[in-house]
Write a protein that binds this ligand. Sequence first.
Ligand SMILES: *Cc1c(COP(=O)(O)O)cnc(C)c1O
Length: 251
Amino acid sequence: MTRVLIAKGKKKMNPLDNSSLNFQYILENYKEICYNVENAKAKYAKSSADVQIMAVTKTVEPQKINFAISQGIRLLGENRVQEFMSKKDQYDKSAQVHFIGHLQTNKVKYIINDVSLIQSVDSLKLAGEINRLALKNNKVMDVLVEVNVGDEISKSGVAFDECVKLVEGISELENVHVRGLMAIPPIGCGEDVFEKMHELYLKLGEMSIDSVDMDILSMGMSGDYELAIKHGSNLVRIGTKLFGARKYFGG
Ligand SMILES: *Cc1c(COP(=O)(O)O)cnc(C)c1O
């Protein structure tokens, strides 16, 4: 499936036209997010660990991304292999990049050397391909297992009840290192869904599976990051609240 990058009838944006970039808006947003994250941490104190703020970059011009990095963002989240490949050379290298979008097995080769972690691993087949290419490139790839916590038919992610089995399966792969879990709780779902994810994360940690670490729970987006922190998230993925509304639907 291909998506058209420029919405029909819209004027093509010139990425070099700085007047359209509105850096001040991004700075205000970033300050507000930092403030809210600190507040949520202080209020709920689920863990003393830090909460990482990821800037989700789909459809965002590299100049805006680099501005966010200059203000303190240290982690970027990429959804689409093709878009990432066309933009990555322009990114300031002081931020790390995680892949967070649905990843087809045949596309792993394009990102394996350009991301520090893949958050969207939801099958042993995909993990196997990551393992093969990591070995070939002489590295160990960090991954999160994406859980379809709402059991939504349209969503990617391993079924909630299959997650432990998948983590155990991936733990056998020598060049893939499970670092935690990622989830996209359905919009408007109850807090119990967030807590269910947190409990699974804790349970897997307590299982102490060989060569598996549970130190990242990636949960929470623009609309629910404070709630996610309340339920143990230590990595929130923010797009809209940081950069503004996207010009086309991004999944
Ligand atoms: C787009 C996206 C986000 C950010 O969503 P916003 O609501 O714009 O903050 C986070 N995680 C994933 C996996 C995404 O695709």
